[in-house]
Design a protein around this ligand. Structure first.
Ligand code: FAD
Length: 465
């Protein structure tokens, strides 16, 4: 790697080499995992480069190829698995300056990769009263490109599934890392070559996303005596086709009381489990009746709060998804979490009975291939890596999937295995293997057995033929 020559070739493209800032930009939210915290603590790049246009991205990649400089793309750096951390040093490619919204139509939007999701929605709501189908709970920070390359689903996934479901990304513009970088427009199944590939095989510079109708979603919280009652209610809400909800998340006691500081006044006791909800305004009266029918305790609904009361509370989605873990870590830095999937309520009950308060349950109700499933993000009161592995093993032995968030490679953790299409695309788009090195095992170890019998959430492209 000749970093000095690389830097000299960049002309006036903004570059940062202040070691403190470079280290800061070399990190994501890897520290949610005690294992990754230990492994990745000292990882850092040498430079941060912040191109302002697609042409500048092309220049950066051309010169990186020429001078053998590893390139790790970065959006807002909110990923949880060290995905955006430069294992081989080199340069952080900061994409947040590419933040233009290019075209808004009634049912879709095309924007540059660095646009922040909330800011994208503001523009589409203003233009066509449309919003993204779903977003991570990091809505107010995360970039569009980072979500597509590193995320999976989120608030809205109860209706629309995940990012890699067909139709949830309409098009990607991707720059390759070659002697003369190409700009490719990927559509249809080709999108899956790059979606959730951690930026290992191309830099996303633009994306076209479908929109759905925008609502002034109403935050609600409902209490129950047990997490199983909360989950049973959540499943029934999720199955009601007439109740339009964007978010349904049961959270076990004592998490809500102990970790949701600003909502604590609404929670009756440490023993209360809750369900977090976002409902379309027209659905709220029926949902209130549904709560009464299921003997839930309606703790609050945001549409009846005063503006002063409302101003004190974060949006309910910032209690959900990995914000539950974040709020927990702020109170108790020794906890961690898992990513699981329970096929039905009986399996949730098994986990609750088996692990008790060692693993307070947190579920996100999601729609997966048309079925409502219990996606778990349980808190784990961490004792040792061995015990964490045992909890994972017990889940797998009992028919519950685990997507290990304590691994930084695509194959071992994240949400799926590397598929052949992603590996093949890397051979074409990154022949030197300098894009986010170390994150795709199959690149470094061609003999890696990615069909070793483990269960993965996304089956991958090659199953299509
Ligand atoms: P980064 O973290 O910067 O990057 C993510 C990955 O994409 C990295 O591998 C990076 O190298 C790569 N990358 C970034 N930009 C590009 C690009 N333009 N081209 C190619 N590769 C690129 N995730 C969810 O899916 N759902 C959730 O609800 C959710 N909730 C979260 C809550 C909290 C509190 C935290 C900390 C994380 C959460 N995450 C969630 C994970 C993360 O926030 C999301 O995946 C987020 O969308 C990442 O966006 P980012 O801009 O921060 O990407």
């Amino acid at each position: 790697m000749d970093i000095a020559a690389f830097r000299a070739a960049l002309g006036d493209i903004p570059v940062q080499d202040n070691p403190r800032i470079v280290q800061q930009k070399s990190r994501d939210h890897y520290w949610y995992s005690p294992r990754l915290k230990q492994q990745l603590e000292n990882v850092t790049a040498q430079l941060v480069v912040s191109p302002r246009s697609v042409d500048e991205v092309v220049t950066v990649l051309r010169e990186a190829f020429k001078y053998d400089v590893p390139v790790t793309p970065r959006g807002a750096g909110t990923g949880n698995y060290g995905q955006a951390m430069p294992l081989s040093g080199g340069v952080m490619l900061d994409l947040m300056n590419l933040n233009k919204v290019i075209k808004i139509e009634q049912d879709r939007v095309r924007a540059e990769a660095g646009v922040i999701l909330e800011q994208l929605d503001e523009q589409t709501i203003h233009a066509v009263n449309g919003e993204l189908r779903f977003h991570p709970s990091t809505y107010r920070m995360a970039s569009l490109g980072g979500f597509i390359a590193g995320g999976s689903g989120g608030v809205g996934s109860i209706r629309w599934g995940g990012l890699r479901n067909f139709g949830n990304i309409l098009g990607l513009k991707v720059v390759t890392c070659e002697a003369e970088p190409r700009i490719l427009d990927l559509r249809g199944p080709d999108i899956l070559k790059v979606a959730h590939a951690y930026g290992t095989n191309g830099i996303i510079v633009e994306a076209e996303m479908p929109l759905t109708a925008h609502y002034d979603w109403v935050d609600m919280m409902v209490g129950f005596d047990s997490i199983i009652d909360a989950c049973a209610f959540a499943e029934q809400v999720a199955l009601q086709d007439g109740l339009l909800c964007k978010e349904i998340s049961p959270v076990a006691a004592p998490v809500a009381h102990d970790y949701f500081n600003r909502h604590r006044p609404y929670i009756r006791s440490r023993e209360q489990s809750v369900v977090l909800l976002m409902a379309a305004p027209a659905a709220v009266p029926a949902l209130v009746d549904f709560v009464a029918f299921h003997e839930g305790d309606l703790l609050y609904r945001a549409d009846t709060l005063t503006p002063e009361e409302k101003a004190k509370l974060p949006p309910i989605y910032e209690l959900a998804w990995n914000h539950t873990t974040l709020r927990g870590l702020k109170i108790d830095p020794t906890i961690t979490y898992l990513q699981t999937q329970y096929p039905d309520l009986a399996h949730v009950k098994w986990a609750v009975d088996t692990f008790g308060d060692e693993m307070p349950m947190h579920i996100e109700m999601t729609r997966f291939d048309g079925r409502v499933v219990f996606s778990g993000l349980p808190i784990v009161r961490y004792s040792s890596e061995e015990r964490l592995e045992e909890i994972i093993r017990l889940h797998e032995e009992n028919g519950c999937l685990v997507f290990n968030p304590h691994r930084y490679t695509l194959e071992e953790g994240g949400m799926k295995r590397t598929d052949r299409a992603q590996l093949q695309f890397k051979k074409e788009a990154d022949p030197k293997g300098i894009l986010n090195p170390g994150k795709m095992i199959a690149w470094d170890d061609p003999d890696f057995d990615f069909e070793s019998g483990r269960t993965w959430l996304f089956t991958g492209l090659y199953t299509l033929g």
